[in-house]
Each structure stands twice: as C-alpha cells, then as structure tokens.
Design a binder for this molecule. Structure first.
Ligand SMILES: CC[C@H](C(=O)O)C(=O)SCCNC(=O)CCNC(=O)[C@H](O)C(C)(C)COP(=O)(O)OP(=O)(O)OC[C@H]1O[C@@H](n2cnc3c(N)ncnc32)[C@H](O)[C@@H]1OP(=O)(O)O
Ligand code: CO
Length: 133
C-alpha cells in the first residue's frame, strides 16, 4: 500500500454535499464522474496527495443506495493506492482477506479497483486502487 488514495463518503444529494465540502475544504471539486457499473455519481476533491470522493447513488440497486437505506450519510470506504493490484490481490488473499471481485474493475478517476469485505477488515470497507497509465 503506497498511500490513502481516497476516502469515500456516501451522500444522498451530491449537489448540496458538494456545496458543503467546498465551504469545508475552501476549494472546488476537480471532477465529477458517473461510474455506470457501480450506479454512482462521484465528485472528487484533492487534499494534499489524497482525495475526498463523494458518492451519490444513480440507481436503487447501487451499493450506495443500499448502504443509505440502512445507514446515515458518512464515511463509506477507505481506498488505498497500490503499484500492482494483481500482486496485492494475491498477497491479501494469502493473508486471509475476503476480496469481493474475481478481477479488478474500472473505477472512477482512471483507476482499476477491487474491494475487501468489511467482515474481513474490522468493519471497514476497503478499496484497493491502481492508477491506469
Ligand atoms: C468503483 C467506483 C468508485 C471508486 O472509488 O472508483 C467507488 O468507490 S464505488 C463505491 C460503491 N461500491 C461498493 O461499495 C462496492 C463494494 N461493496 C459491496 O460489494 C457491498 O456494499 C458490500 C458487500 C460491502 C455490502 O453489501 P451487502 O449487500 O452485503 O450489504 P449488507 O447491508 O447486507 O451488509 C453486509 C454487512 O456489511 C456491513 N457493511 C455494508 N457496507 C458497509 C460499509 N460501507 N462499511 C462497513 N460495513 C459495511 C453491513 O453493516 C453488514 O454487516 P452486519 O454486521 O451484518 O450488519
Ligand atoms: Co471509492
């Protein structure tokens, strides 16, 4: 793991949450991006060399929609940046972590991603990311 790539925050309304985080952080977001496969619309703020990722569900079957059906808005996951996601998947599997994806999938902001089940990570949904060159 090289660094925290982003902290994912589940929000009900991206527009109002964007306005709140602009005030909080004192800066504008640098991009918004829809990830069809996840049924999310994301908004990114750069803070030093890590990011805040705001996530709004675009579909009722989105993991974010399901999360917000049961839990309040707030920190949803922590994403770590790795050099080689395949090597990291092998290492994490050997360490006994439950990887939710058989292979990496396309994430937002030009990344390959996999997720670890929170049951195997002390209750924290963990995302592993590799920058796509
Ligand atoms: C990839 C695009 C973008 C990016 O960064 O590029 C994103 O980050 S997209 C983010 C949204 N996508 C995902 O979260 C994909 C991975 N998530 C999942 O596969 C599911 O959400 C899963 C498996 C974590 C939970 O789904 P499930 O249907 O099992 O929901 P349950 O409510 O039944 O939860 C089971 C169990 O897990 C606990 N849980 C659920 N979500 C979280 C969470 N975010 N953090 C911590 N714990 C979580 C939940 O409380 C249940 O525990 P229990 O003790 O049984 O109550
Ligand atoms: Co994320």
């Amino acid at each position: 793991m090289r660094k925290i790539e982003h902290i994912g925050i589940a929000v009900k309304d991206l527009k109002s949450s964007n306005e709140l985080f602009v005030k909080l952080l004192g800066k504008e977001n640098y991009k918004e991006e829809i990830v069809e496969g996840e049924g999310v619309k994301t908004s990114f703020f750069m803070i030093g060399n890590t990011k805040i990722e705001l996530l709004e569900a675009t579909r009722t079957d989105s993991p974010i929609a399901k999360y917000l059906d049961k839990k309040p808005e707030g920190v949803h996951h922590i994403a770590f940046d790795v050099e080689d996601i395949y090597l990291e998947m092998d290492r994490l599997k050997k360490e006994g972590f439950q990887i939710l994806n058989d292979s990496p999938k396309k994430g937002a902001d030009n990344k390959l991603v996999v997720f670890l089940h929170p049951k195997s990570t002390n209750g924290v949904l963990v995302e592993i990311c590799q920058e796509i060159d």
